[in-house]
Design a protein around this ligand. Structure first.
Ligand code: MN
Length: 294
């Protein structure tokens, strides 16, 4: 078994723009190579927003050197970027954006959602890119709920949605650069399931609903994150109540990590260059809504 190393409970929250009150469950700033290839996980909400004529969110900002993955549980988010991509995702949908050499984007509540008001709940995960791919062209994938395969677990103990990587015979739709498994587990109360996971890979698990016991020991509840040892080949999860759990598993990228805000590179010089490229417009510009590529 992969030994449970620690459970992160109730970190302080802060706002991203005016649309996402988030708890940062992990960040490369504090955990560094222990969580590689992952860089950051923000859990937004659940939070109520009253009806509004003006959508809340986070306005134009850059990224370089990694990917941002947004999974929506409640609410609806609209994305626009400097590569000309636009997309809207709702509950069950995923947006997988490869910033790579650089992108400007905005992440806003959709106009429809803003007019209605309601609950926002989403996860944003940052996945690192290896040095050789950091300056590759940006890419954008909208992955809708019905494109995500769902595998039933034995004895009606629940199911696994495969967003990225492979679970048994199911391949996740996300196109990825280094080995990553991103699975959403839906587990029935009282049932236990053992997940086989590659030896040597980083493994962490976020509880979104309910409560689970891990490796027949400690329990983790809503918005709590468990971090496992890389050694070992399996993790056991037992649902104390009906539970939804996000499992992240990936091959570590064993390279120096130098980050500043929205840029994560390998050296200080590359960070300086990222700032210069952003300021001079070399990461592109955001056009007006609906205008397409710029
Ligand atoms: Mn962003």
């Amino acid at each position: 078994m992969k030994q449970l190393l620690e459970i992160v409970r109730s970190p302080a929250d802060h706002w991203v723009g005016d649309g996402f009150p988030v708890r940062t469950l992990f960040s490369y700033q504090s955990l560094g190579e222990r969580i590689s290839p992952f860089l950051l996980l923000d859990y937004a909400g659940p939070a109520e927003f009253p009806a509004s004529d003006r959508p809340h969110g986070v306005g134009e900002h850059p990224h370089r050197g990694f990917e941002t993955v947004t999974i929506v549980y409640q609410g609806e988010v609209e994305h626009r970027d400097s590569a000309g991509n636009e997309g809207r995702i709702g509950p069950g949908d995923v947006q997988w954006m490869t910033a790579a050499s650089g992108i400007l984007h905005e992440e806003m509540h959709s106009a429809d959602f803003a007019r209605r008001g309601g609950t926002v709940e989403m996860v944003q995960l940052w996945v690192n890119l290896p040095a050789r791919l950091k300056m590759s062209p940006p890419r954008y994938q909208t992955i809708l709920e019905n494109q995500i395969p769902e595998v039933a677990l034995e004895e009606k103990s629940g199911s696994v949605r495969v967003i990225a990587g492979r679970f048994r015979d199911a391949q996740g739709p996300a196109q990825i650069f280094t080995p990553v498994n991103l699975w959403e587990l839906r587990l029935k109360a009282g049932r236990r399931t053992e997940l086989r996971l590659p030896e040597g890979y980083t493994t962490t698990l976020l509880v979104l609903r309910g409560e689970v016991a891990l490796n027949a020991g400690e329990t983790a509840g809503q918005a709590e994150l468990a971090l496992f040892d890389r050694e070992g080949k399996a993790v056991a999860v037992e649902a104390r109540q009906d539970a939804t759990v996000l499992l992240l598993n990936g091959e570590p990228i064993d390279e120096p990590l130098v980050g500043y805000g929205p840029f994560v590179m390998n050296t200080q010089e590359e960070i300086r260059r990222a700032h210069a490229d952003y300021r001079s417009g070399r990461m592109g510009r955001l056009g007006s809504p609906g205008a397409g590529s710029h």
